[in-house]
Design a protein around this ligand. Structure first.
Ligand code: ZN
Length: 341
């Protein structure tokens, strides 16, 4: 019975060849994955630093610090568990509790949100990633209030009125789409001289987008600020949810932003907390703190006078993100000698 034997041998040979291909494929996948580890060049002309080693300075020595320190290392108010992402609360987009730990280690685009094939260019070679700041210098008694998103015009205007009345500097990070929906309110903010930073066009998680799409999210918001509000944007960006990766930092540079601005104090106002809770969390900051709040949370406007009074009672001044990090831009209320600022 030589025929079956020959067939059997042929079959064995075929299976051996297939198994060899599977093994070779697995080895290739492992080798490729290793090349994506943090700190190893990813073949895009950039080297992704390990998460936590992301401060590049470039802000006049005013305090970009490693993520390994930040809120948890400073004894300041910590946000929600590391890496958490805001669920969006009551239909409004929020930001994550703690930016530390939310740094995606690689620059690979995730599923969904990527443009059609052929429209997603790689980052240009030789572009330095923008620096990241979680807070400013710990040497001065200053804090920076920041207000994100901008969907709710009445609350935005209430916050604006309190800041003007109490002569308090602050920085706004509206989403481009929110400016389109609420142009009158945002023109009021811009006209009052408050600096406006980039918070993307529609609050997507940038780590789900390829490089070119991340750049577009940033530049689209910038053009709306220029066209609709008639002001130059402060060249800083805050990634929605605090999530970003190596591509985000290069995208920010390409879009003209010199800093990614995160925070070390999260009021969690996007979660529907009470005014007392928001004030308590906001007042847990210290020298150089960046305090995260939102313009869509009505309780934020209620808490704001308490936050202002609390910091002033402790001898703090309020500065813009530009003042805190050494980025030139709008400063509505320059500090005067002998005033609280
Ligand atoms: Zn946001």
């Amino acid at each position: 019975m030589t025929l079956p034997t020959t067939l059997e041998r042929s079959s064995r040979g075929l299976w051996f060849a297939l198994a060899s291909l599977v093994v070779i494929g697995a080895v290739a996948i492992v080798a490729f994955s290793s090349a994506q580890l943090p700190g190893i060049p990813v073949g895009l002309g950039i080297s992704i630093p390990p998460s936590g080693l992301i401060a590049l300075g470039g802000s006049g020595g005013t305090g970009a610090l490693p993520g390994s320190g930040g809120a948890n290392g400073s004894g300041l108010a910590a946000g929600s568990p590391s890496g958490s992402v805001a669920p969006g609360g009551s239909g409004s987009p929020g930001d994550s509790g703690s930016p530390e730990g939310s740094v995606a280690p690689d620059g690979s685009p995730g599923p969904g949100g990527s443009p059609a094939p052929g429209t997603c260019a790689d980052p240009p070679a030789g572009v330095l990633p923008a620096a990241i700041a979680f807070h400013g210098s710990r040497a001065a008694k200053v804090v920076a209030l920041t207000f994100d998103d901008g969907w709710d015009a009445p609350t935005t205007l209430k916050i604006l009125a309190i800041l003007r009345r109490d002569h308090v500097n602050a920085t706004f990070f509206p989403v481009g789409h929110a400016i389109e929906l609420q142009p009158t309110a945002w023109r009021s903010v811009a006209k009052a001289g408050f600096p406006i930073g980039d918070h993307t066009y529609d609050h997507k998680d940038l780590t789900t987008l390829c490089f070119a799409a991340q750049v577009t999210e940033l530049t689209r918001q910038q053009s709306i600020v220029t066209r609709t509000l008639g002001v130059s944007e402060l060249p800083v960006m805050r990634p929605p949810f605090g999530t970003q990766n190596g591509l985000t930092r290069v995208a920010a540079s390409v879009a003209g932003d010199v800093q990614l601005v995160l925070w070390d104090v999260d009021t969690q106002d996007w979660e529907g907390r009470s005014a007392a809770q928001i004030a308590s969390r906001a007042l847990a900051g210290g020298n150089g703190s960046i305090i995260l709040m939102h313009t869509f949370a009505p309780n934020t406007a209620i808490a704001l006078p308490r936050i202002i009074a609390g910091y002033r009672a402790r001898g703090y001044r309020f500065v813009t993100i530009g003042q805190l990090l050494g980025v030139p831009g709008a400063v509505p209320f320059p500090p005067k000698a002998g005033t609280a600022g």
